[in-house]
Each structure stands twice: as structure tokens, then as C-alpha cells.
Write a protein that binds this ligand. Sequence first.
Ligand code: GDP
Length: 184
Amino acid sequence: MMPYSNFSEFAFVGRSNVGKSSILNAITKTKNLAKTSKTPGRTQLINLFEISKLINIVDLPGYGYAKVPLIIKEKLSYLIESYLISRSNLTKIFLLIDCKVGIKNSDLDMIDYIKISEKEFSIILTKSDKCSINIKNQQIKNINSLLKVFEKNSLNIHLTSSKNHEGITDIQKEIFNLKKTNEI
Ligand code: GDP
């Protein structure tokens, strides 16, 4: 399904329209690496981008879009689940949550897959420019209490905006640092 690779791989996953393409373009400083789409639910394949022959960035299909037929939703879910669980070079998963929308049931399914995968993960709260400080704090509180189940507790929450670039450098640093740690 996916080409074999032994580069450290960083996967980005989230509900459709969460702002994933915008974040990917911002962290890779490329305008059109991941195409931002006006039609939610359109990206239905796993996209893999090789950066400087060092790391892979993986753009997983957006899930949770109401208008997608059930059979496609199930296929997407299976595709994401098998990728997360079986990809051996997968170093870290970034789960994106819209700060205005918060965690939905489809995100909880994703969190289950992440838990099974036993991979490291971070949460990216997106579109922070659209949320008040109160809402942001509330979302961080919700996420922390929902994710208490993760024993490792190396949980990291990034507040980001592709509009004003808040938090983008921190994600770049996180990817770079992890890459260094994984080098032999
Ligand atoms: P994707 O479907 O998850 O890849 O989301 P996109 O990156 O295509 O963004 C979905 C919509 O949200 C688009 O209309 C973007 O312009 C908007 N958007 C994305 N990131 C931000 C952000 O940081 N702030 C604001 N205000 N809007 C954003």
C-alpha cells in the first residue's frame, strides 16, 4: 500500500476541514505541498512527502465528514487504522483538533487507534486565531482530562494558527528533535 521507507515518519491526522493542509504547508514552508481544498472530505488517499531525504511527512485522509457515504467512511477508517498500527518507521502522530470544534466521536476512534499503535503523539489545536483565550483553555482542559488514559503522558498540546503562524516553529522543532533522537 505505502512504499517502504526507513526515514523517520511523522503523520498528520484529523477531521476533514480541521486545517491540516494549511498546517502542513506552513510547517514545510511550501505553498502547495498539501492542497487546501474547499470541498471537505475530498482528500481520500494517504499522501507521503519526503523532506530533504531525511524525514517523511504523511498526510492522512480527513475523516468525520458527514456527507461521505458510510462505505467510504469505513474504508477510510480502515486505511488510517492499518497505516497507524502497521507502519514500522512511524515515529510520531500529530492529531489535529479545531479549537472551535473540539474533540468529536470520530476523534475518539482515532485516539483508540493511536493507543493501539503505541506510537508517540501530540495534539495540534488548529485555527487558534479564531478562538478566545477562554475557549482555548477550555479545550486544553478537555483534552487533558480525556487523554489521562495515556500512561506515557508525554502528551504535548500545540496551539497553532496557519493564519498568524502561532506554534508552527514549535512543531518544526519537535519533528527535528525527534529526528535527532532516532538517529543511530
Ligand atoms: P483540511 O481539510 O484539514 O486540509 O483543511 P484546510 O487546510 O483545507 O482548511 C480548511 C479551511 O479552514 C480553509 O477554509 C482554510 O482557509 C481554513 N483555515 C485553515 N487553517 C486556518 C487557521 O489557522 N485560521 C483560520 N482562521 N482559518 C484556517
